[in-house]
Design a protein around this ligand. Structure first.
Ligand SMILES: Nc1nc2c(c(=O)[nH]1)N[C@H]1C(S)=C(S)[C@@H](COP(=O)(O)OP(=O)(O)OC[C@H]3O[C@@H](n4cnc5c(=O)[nH]c(N)nc54)[C@H](O)[C@@H]3O)O[C@H]1N2
Ligand SMILES: Nc1nc2c(c(=O)[nH]1)N[C@H]1C(S)=C(S)[C@@H](COP(=O)(O)OP(=O)(O)OC[C@H]3O[C@@H](n4cnc5c(=O)[nH]c(N)nc54)[C@H](O)[C@@H]3O)O[C@H]1N2
Ligand code: SF4
Ligand SMILES: [Mo]
Length: 716
């Protein structure tokens, strides 16, 4: 991690031959800021990245941010539209590309109706582009089928927070309160590797005396900081939270004044607790009762406390209920809406937060409005200047779109900012489905694994070129400047959407000439909604990051939520009875191990960008399987050999990495590598019934060495 240095800044200002570009990291939800210094020396360009100050990451940058420009300047950047002709991509002009879209979309519409084309968006898009994509789907394509990669990321936490609090924002409190909290539960979150520049806030809390509890089947850089690490059996976190609740009820730690005044559902939860047996939970989670008691007591008696969840507990087929149960813990102990207390589901992608507020979701309209609510529909139809009756209804979730493609109900797909052939569960099924489409159009900066399957690929700008706003994990809106001109024929996502809308005859609804103009419409569209951005302007954002909701220009933005009341109409939060659910897929004789998947520090998601950053790629060149030495011996797997990982869906290959830090019944594989190393060829596609999140974090597998070394040794 790099911290801002005085000398770095001076270098930027003093050297007049240096081009200085202000920017913001394209990767995770912290949105660290930086200056890119570009110097031309004997016809070669040299780059240096200098972190800059902002009130979230405080002048820090992690290794991904420091090297992000390497992919932006990579030789494989797409520079013009590519059309597939006889199985090969050929260069075409923008006019030819737009004609192709017009003709193909027109034919599909005519023959199969508007809902036969789907749109697949992304949490990497700016707020302006995410907003425009939602409008594009509903107004230009008139389809109900739009969803985005955030479905695989934030859907469990978002739906749980909406239902429990009446509002979904990553952190309910300000990040600056973290060092003052006296107890923290970190459930299925690896902040030290996934949001490294905010880790110092947690470190400071520990230094100030906080008791930290980490829940993770593996020891990670995050769990290292914990006073208590609960190495839970994968997928059993909902039950573990029931264990904590049981102790809190049994030992009289409920904050009854808070509960009576600010929540509903207490008597049902209390009755449910009478049926909970700690021993049963200990057997299920493999966490001893005494450790559960210690964790629950520490959290309950601490004067202030916070709970953070992330994908470890959320990417489960019961992810929604699991998050609800951690929220139950915060509510029964009254630890929310106060200084040093709160709940946070740490968002993942650069715009994981904003991307889920402005209409990319199947059931959603801008400002967190609902597509099935008559008043919400009327309001947005008015902003867009269309008849409410012409606004399509609710579509389906990201993976369900793939299922509709396989069933030939969706025949054309427009993908902007995602690589679903790698990031979806059961990816072999997804690959087959995408190949069966009549028309696949992908907008990307690279020929990603999904773009390779496309009929038409449109080249888009990167973070250094594309101005816009992003809403970070805190719920603060940030402005990303971008002064670099896109190379060759590259266009911005928002320009591409406007140009396609024009050839489809809908240009008048998309006559924008800058991101700021789109933001002006977004502000209006969000006005009065839960995620209200009306009071936020580019001018304000150029000075400071602003929290939403921010309903007027004078409003400072709301850092701490729920101080007086929750966002449901009666002002109360909802407690919820959660059963000790088991993961959908359990181990069997045939598939005796749990596979869990996740990330490593230098790589980002499906790796399209970071695998093209030499400094990052060099740190992890291939997929690995973290495995306990005892387990490895059992399956005759030596260190550093290729391992075949198989499930009922398919197989993948990764190199063995012995580790005492993982449970003996579990293996871990990061998902940043493609083709044979793509671990999503193995994962299961059961979805959470409420939020449709896949269970990326648990599936049953068997493993074996790819090559029989004993045989090879004998032969040599
Ligand atoms: N370096 C890096 N940083 C990133 C990203 C990246 O790709 N690389 N991606 C960004 C994005 S989009 C996201 S969503 C976030 C993700 O951020 P995180 O959710 O923090 O990251 P993961 O590695 O997916 O999972 C977190 C932890 O969950 C644990 N886990 C697995 N199964 C279980 C379980 O059953 N129970 C519990 N309690 N824990 C479990 C894993 O061992 C892992 O350590 O990171 C963001 N930041
Ligand atoms: N097994 C397993 N699978 C997972 C997860 C897991 O933990 N385990 N995590 C899930 C999570 S949390 C997430 S967020 C998803 C993410 O998975 P994906 O949606 O596939 O995300 P990326 O790998 O970031 O792919 C983004 C693509 O868009 C391009 N791109 C980046 N920025 C832009 C832009 O501004 N505009 C356009 N047009 N293109 C852009 C990139 O070059 C890249 O090709 O993966 C999910 N899949
Ligand atoms: S990846 Fe995240 S923590 Fe690292 S520099 Fe980028 S925004 Fe900051
Ligand atoms: Mo994510």
């Amino acid at each position: 991690m790099k911290k801002i240095l005085e000398s770095d800044c001076h270098l930027a200002e003093q050297d007049s031959s240096t081009n200085v570009l202000d920017s913001q990291c394209p990767f995770c939800s912290v949105q660290c800021t930086m200056k890119l210094l570009e110097k031309t020396a004997s016809e070669r360009k040299q780059y240096k990245v200098v972190p800059t100050q902002n009130s979230t990451s405080n002048g820090r940058l992690c290794i991904k941010g420091l090297n992000a420009h390497q992919h932006a300047f990579h030789a494989e950047r797409l520079l013009h539209p590519l059309l597939k002709v006889n199985g090969k991509f050929v260069r075409v002009t923008w006019n030819e590309a737009l004609e192709f879209i017009k003709e193909n979309f027109f034919n599909i519409h005519k023959k199969y109706g508007y809902d036969s084309i789907g749109v697949y968006g992304s949490g990497s898009l700016t707020n302006e582009e995410a907003y425009l994509l939602g409008k594009f789907a509903r107004v230009a394509l008139k389809t109900k089928y739009i969803d985005y990669n955030g479905r695989f990321c934030m859907s469990a936490a978002a739906s749980a927070m909406n239902d429990a609090f009446g509002m979904d924002r990553g952190l309910t409190n300000m990040i600056t309160e973290i060092p003052s909290t006296s107890c923290m539960i970190l459930a299925g979150t690896n902040i030290a590797e996934c949001q490294p520049t905010i880790w110092p806030y947690f470190y400071q809390a520990k230094k100030n005396g906080a008791f930290i509890i980490a829940i993770d089947p593996r020891e990670t850089a995050t769990s290292k900081l914990a006073n208590l690490h609960l190495k839970v059996k994968p997928g059993t976190d909902a039950a573990l939270a029931n264990g904590f609740l049981k102790v809190i009820f049994e030992e009289g730690y409920v904050d009854q004044v808070f509960v009576d005044k600010k929540t509903t559902g207490f008597s049902e939860l209390k009755a449910h607790m009478n049926q909970i047996q700690l021993e049963e939970i200990a057997a299920l989670t493999e966490i001893p009762v005494e450790k559960m008691r210690l964790a629950a007591r520490q959290f309950a008696v601490a004067p202030t406390g916070m709970i953070f969840t992330a994908r470890g507990v959320e990417q489960q087929t019961n992810g929604y209920l699991t998050v609800r149960n951690f929220i139950n813990l915060v509510l029964v102990t009254g630890k929310i809406g106060k200084f040093g207390c709160g709940f946070g589901a740490i968002t993942g992608q650069a715009n994981g937060q904003g991307g889920r507020e402005h209409g990319q979701k199947a059931d959603q309209l801008p400002g967190y409005r609902s597509i099935v609510h008559p008043e919400h529909r009327k309001y947005i139809a008015k902003v867009w200047g269309i008849d409410e009756k012409d606004l399509p209804g609710k579509g389906v979730s990201a993976y369900e779109m793939m299922q509709k493609i396989a069933k030939k109900e969706i025949l054309g797909l427009f993908v902007m900012g995602s690589n679903p052939v790698m990031s979806s569960p059961n990816s072999l099924f997804v690959e087959k489905a995408l190949k069966s489409l009549k028309c696949l159009i992908v907008v990307d900066s690279f020929l990603s694994e999904t773009a390779q399957l496309a009929d038409l690929v449109l080249p888009t700008s990167t973070y250094l070129e594309d101005e816009g706003t992003m809403t970070n994990f805190e719920g603060r809106v940030t402005w990303r400047p971008a002064n670099k001109t896109p190379p060759n024929e590259v266009k911005h996502d928002w320009q591409i959407l406007c140009e396609i809308a024009k050839v489809l005859g809908k240009g008048s609804y998309f006559s924008f000439s800058s991101p700021e103009e789109i933001f002006q419409e977004l502000r209006l569209a969000s006005k009065g909604g839960k995620a209200d951005y009306y009071g936020i302007t580019y001018d304000r954002l150029k000075i400071e990051r602003v929290y939403w909701p921010c309903p007027s220009f004078q409003h400072p933005g709301k850092g701490r939520l729920f101080e007086q009341s929750f966002a449901h109409s009666d002002g109360k939060a909802r407690l919820k009875v959660v059963e000790n659910e088991y993961p959908k897929e359990s181990r069997s004789e045939n598939y005796p191990l749990y596979l869990t998947t996740g990330r490593v520090l230098p790589h980002y998601l499906t790796g399209v960008q970071t695998r093209r950053s030499p400094a990052l790629a060099a740190r992890f060149t291939e997929a690995y399987i973290e495995i306990h030495p005892k387990t490895a011996k059992k399956y005759k797997i030596e260190p550093n050999v290729l391992v075949k990982i198989e499930s009922a869906r398919g197989s993948a290959v990764a190199r063995s990495k012995y580790s005492l830090k993982i449970r003996e019944d579990t293996v871990f594989v990061p998902f940043h590598w493609a083709q044979k190393q793509n671990i999503n060829q193995v994962t299961a596609d059961d979805l959470d019934p409420v939020c449709k999140m896949p269970g990326f974090k648990v599936c049953a597998v068997r493993i074996r060495p790819l090559v029989n070394l004993e045989k090879v040794y004998k032969e040599v």
